[in-house]
Design a protein around this ligand. Structure first.
Ligand code: BG6
Length: 519
């Protein structure tokens, strides 16, 4: 049984929880409603993830999926759309018997967000499913829609009685970023959502937290004795977090123009990676303890100044990528010819704690960069003394521990080693751990993990309200600084597609004698 705080029916006090955590948990009876079911995210990620969960036996036999949209579709039309999405994007093989069972629970409700009658139809559809299919009155509402529609949908869910559930059932809301566009709008948005759903029933998706390698940061740091003693300012010179993409933005103007790389990615994914890299050891891995440590470290994080020197923004110009000529952002479909939206952003932050005092954290992200790669690199200080002739260590760099988030997930340790031969010559080498060769199991997609966690009521991998607001508080001064530059006729620095970003990003590190790693 649950209370209406949104705790799952099988909620267990983490301090007393003696379950074997290696056993996969199967979701209890429930239904998922997707708003924005005709969008890209639903087709490419959500529908395939739901099928993959069913295929892995992690959804209950009574599971139901309801699409809500303006299109004039019957249940079968919706089923066909899900079918195509699964065939194209699912991770696991298509099995007819799994599909047939899953498809029995598909329903479609036609309507717009301002239409009270549509929400009444949705309520009736869910009630009928509860009775006929046994979904148990447990409903997750997935808002895969623009944030300006959140207030209206939350209000409609409240008005139609879908947000509040009697004892024994749960109602949860899942929201996709962007969670606002600055601190003030995020606070307003959180206010609206929390006026309908208690915080314990709100699941904010940051899909990076569902990635296997991101969860491995905690295992690496806290399950080993080797790394933690050097994980601090005594040994670490700087930390570099890179999320580079080779894709451009053609066709995504509707979402991206006016948003930009910092809001799209740094505010959420990269600051979450920073939090996991920099936090102190949590008392336990219970959601509350982990969140407390993330909140603590984000509260201690701020942009280094002066912003002219510690930040950089760029916009991709035409260039070559993968052997093909590609156009610049201003010539992409869906972008205004005068757009000042940045497609590259880099910031320097400081974490004001004893552990990290004086260690700069460099965060960068961009589209149309050299290649797709996400990594966290701890770059270590140089040895205080080298008992070699200078020529012997010409090719010795700084030691680095690199967490390769994607692709080619794994960990690399870079250190100096003697080059074979008569001379004493030291050069950098790498020691690699790769998920692909160390484990036989495939990693689930981030959305599989996260959707299952919503259904289980397991909140560890979802940023809470305070984390979202603190992240905006960190980023806002950079956004304001760039907006001021725009007002004065400034623009993001142009960089050629296929390169590693604008000169200003390189200068940002050169000022302190450092350089970006070449992933
Ligand atoms: C999304 C951003 O959150 O992450 C996109 O909105 C970006 O702009 C995407 O392309 C990258 O995700 P992944 O998992 O492919 O690294």
């Amino acid at each position: 049984m649950s209370d209406c705080s949104g705790r799952p029916a099988d909620w267990v006090n983490p301090l007393r929880d003696k379950r074997d955590k290696r056993m996969p948990r199967i979701a209890g009876p429930c239904a998922v409603v997707i708003f924005g079911v005709t969008g890209d995210l639903a087709r490419k990620k959500l529908m395939p993830a739901i099928y993959d969960l069913a295929n892995r036996g992690l959804l209950p036999p009574s599971f139901a999926l309801i699409g809500f949209a303006r299109r004039d579709w019957a249940d079968e039309d919706f089923g066909n759309v899900v079918h195509d999405a699964v065939k194209q994007h699912a991770r696991t093989p298509f099995r007819q018997e799994v599909w047939d069972r899953l498809a029995e629970g598909f329903r479609f409700v036609q309507g717009t967000f301002d239409d009270d009658a549509a929400f009444e139809r949705l309520r009736d559809t869910l009630r009928k499913l509860d009775e006929e299919r046994g979904t148990g009155g447990n409903h997750a509402f997935y808002l895969s829609i623009p944030p300006n529609a959140f207030p209206q949908v939350c209000e409609q869910l409240s008005k139609s009685g879908l947000a509040n559930k009697p004892d024994g059932c749960w109602s949860r809301v899942v929201i996709e970023k962007p969670f606002g566009h600055d601190l003030a709008s995020a606070e307003a948005l959180n206010g609206v959502v929390n006026s309908v759903f208690p915080e314990s029933s709100v699941f904010r998706i940051d899909h990076y937290l569902g990635k296997e390698t991101v969860q491995n940061i905690l295992a690496l740091r806290f399950a080993n004795e080797l790394f933690e003693p050097v994980w601090n300012s005594h040994y670490v010179d700087s930390v570099q977090i890179t999320m580079a993409e080779d894709i451009g933005l053609g066709g995504r103007g509707g979402y991206y123009d006016g948003v930009g790389a910092a809001r799209d990615v740094i505010q959420n994914h990269l600051l979450q990676l920073l939090a996991l890299t920099a936090l102190e050891e949590p008392v336990s891995f219970s959601p509350a303890e982990l969140q407390a440590e993330k909140i603590k470290v984000l509260s201690a994080t701020r942009l280094a100044e002066p912003l002219d020197e510690t930040t950089s923004r760029g916009q991709y110009a035409a260039g070559w990528q993968g052997g093909e000529k590609v156009v610049g952002l201003l010539d992409e479909e869906g972008f205004s010819k005068t757009s000042t939206t940045e497609t590259f952003a880099a910031i320097t932050v400081e974490v004001d704690t004893r552990r990290w005092a004086g260690v700069p954290f460099y965060l960068r992200t961009g589209k149309r960069l050299g290649r797709r790669v996400t990594e966290i690199a701890l770059v270590f200080k140089r040895a205080p003394h080298l008992p070699f002739d200078a020529t012997m260590t010409d090719e010795l760099g700084q030691n680095a521990l690199v967490i390769r988030v994607q692709p080619d997930e794994g960990i690399t340790l870079r250190f100096g080693s003697k080059v074979p031969g008569h001379l004493m010559e030291v050069r950098d080498v790498s020691m690699d751990f790769s998920y692909g060769s160390a484990f036989a199991e495939d990693s689930p997609e981030a959305y599989e993990r996260l959707i299952l966690d919503v259904l289980l009521g397991e909140p560890s991998l979802f940023p809470v309200n305070a984390e979202v607001e603190l992240s905006w508080k960190i980023l806002d001064p950079a956004l304001e600084h760039w907006a001021e530059q725009d007002k004065a006729g400034g623009r993001p620095d142009a960089y050629e597609s296929g390169t590693w970003g604008p000169d200003s990003a390189f200068e940002m590190l050169q000022r302190s004698g450092r350089e970006w790693r070449r992933p």
